[in-house]
Design a protein around this ligand. Structure first.
Ligand code: 13P
Length: 247
C-alpha cells in the first residue's frame, strides 16, 4: 500500500525568522508515521528551506511553475530552477491561481506537463465552487479540470499527484464531510483508472480546512491518500497532529 502524503501549502505566508522556528518545531516533533511529508513554500524561501530540511524526510514543493522551460518570461520560475533547490513537487492549478490569475484548464495542463518533463511532480488541484456544487455540477467540473491534464499528459498521468480542494472549503472552516470528499475522490480515481493501468499508485489528496480534529476521518476514506493543508500547516502542533492522523 502506498504511504499517505501530507503536504503543507504555506501560500503567501512566512518570513526568514518564522520559517526557521516552524521548520525546527516540525523536525523536533515529526512522528514516526511512515507517511510522506512535503512543504510547499513561497519560492523565495526554497533556498532557506533546503538548508533547514537537509537530511530529514521533509520534501520541498513550489506553489506554481512556469509552463515554459526558459527564456523571456519575466517573473516566471522554471522546473530546472526548482530542481537546483531540491524541489520535488509543484502545486499547479490551485483555485486561488485559477480565480485571481485567470489560469485555465489548458494552462494548468501545460504546467503539469512542463513540471513532469523537468522531474518535478505536479500536485494538480481540482475543485468546484459553492455555486457549482449547489447547481449539481461538482462531478462535471472536477472531471473537466482533470480531463485537460490527462489529455495533455497521456501515459505519464500516473506520475502526478491530484488534490481535490472544494473551493467553498478553502480557508472557510467548512470541510467537506468524509463521505462528500470520498465520493469525489472515487470519481477522480475512476477517471484516472480509465486513463492509466497504474492509477492506484496516484495520490489523491484532500484539501480544504483540514485540521487536527477532522484529519483522521478524512484520511480514513479509501480514496483519500493524504492532505493538502493550508492554514493548519502554519502551526507546528496542528500540522504534526495531521501527520500523526495518518495510520
Ligand atoms: P486551508 O487548509 O487553509 O483551507 O487551505 C487549503 C488549501 O487551499 C491548500 O492548498
Amino acid at each position: 500500500m502506498k504511504k499517505k502524503l501530507i503536504a503543507g501549502n504555506w501560500k503567501m505566508n512566512g518570513s526568514l525568522a518564522a520559517n526557521e522556528a516552524l521548520v525546527k518545531a516540525l523536525l523536533a516533533g515529526l512522528p514516526a508515521q511512515p507517511c510522506e511529508v512535503a512543504l510547499c513554500v513561497p519560492a523565495l524561501y526554497l533556498a532557506q528551506l533546503q538548508t533547514l530540511v537537509a537530511g530529514s524526510r521533509i520534501e520541498l514543493g513550489a506553489q506554481d511553475i512556469s509552463m515554459h522551460e526558459s527564456g523571456a518570461y519575466t517573473g516566471e520560475l522554471s522546473g530546472a530552477m526548482f530542481k537546483e533547490f531540491g524541489v520535488r513537487y509543484a502545486i499547479v492549478g490551485h483555485s486561488e491561481r485559477r480565480q485571481y490569475h485567470g489560469e485555465t484548464d489548458q494552462l494548468v495542463a501545460a504546467k503539469a506537463k512542463t513540471a513532469l518533463a523537468s522531474g518535478v511532480t505536479p500536485i494538480v488541484c481540482v475543485g468546484e465552487t459553492l455555486a457549482e456544487r449547489e447547481a449539481g455540477k461538482t462531478e462535471e467540473v472536477v472531471k473537466r479540470q482533470l480531463a485537460a491534464v490527462i489529455h495533455e499528459n497521456g501515459h505519464c498521468i500516473s506520475e502526478i499527484v491530484v488534490a481535490y480542494e472544494p473551493v467553498w472549503a478553502i480557508g472557510t472552516g467548512k470541510t467537506a464531510s468524509p463521505e462528500q470528499a470520498q465520493q469525489v475522490h472515487g470519481v477522480l480515481r475512476a477517471q484516472l483508472k480509465a486513463a492509466s493501468a497504474q492509477a492506484d499508485r496516484i495520490h489523491i489528496l484532500y484539501g480544504g480546512s483540514m485540521n487536527a480534529a477532522n484529519a483522521a476521518q478524512l484520511l480514513g476514506q479509501p480514496d483519500i491518500d493524504g492532505g493538502l493543508v493550508g492554514g493548519a500547516s502554519l502551526k507546528a502542533p496542528d500540522f504534526l497532529s495531521i501527520i500523526a492522523a495518518t495510520t
